[in-house]
Design a protein. Structure first.
Length: 76
């Protein structure tokens, strides 16, 4: 299982509605990408700092923020 699938599964299990809309897809190179769209930069920043940095699910993954969108994929 790719890290992208693990991240998607882990993020889908909460009881509080998340501050984002998540989707996933594969790009033309076959990379599984998780796309998370936040309502504001401050929501994205808070989520990134408190939920992702240092978490096991991010080990071996890369990420990029573009505006209020967070993209996550496997480095391999």
């Amino acid at each position: 299982m790719s890290h992208g699938n693990e991240i998607t599964d882990a993020l889908a299990g909460g009881t509080i509605p998340p501050p984002y809309k998540a989707s996933s897809f594969k790009n033309q190179h076959g990379k599984h990408i998780v796309r998370m769209q936040f309502n504001s930069p401050s929501e994205l920043e808070s989520f990134f700092i408190h939920e992702l940095i240092g978490s096991d699910m991010m080990e071996g993954s890369a990420s990029k923020v573009i505006g209020t969108t967070l993209l996550i994929w496997d480095r391999k």
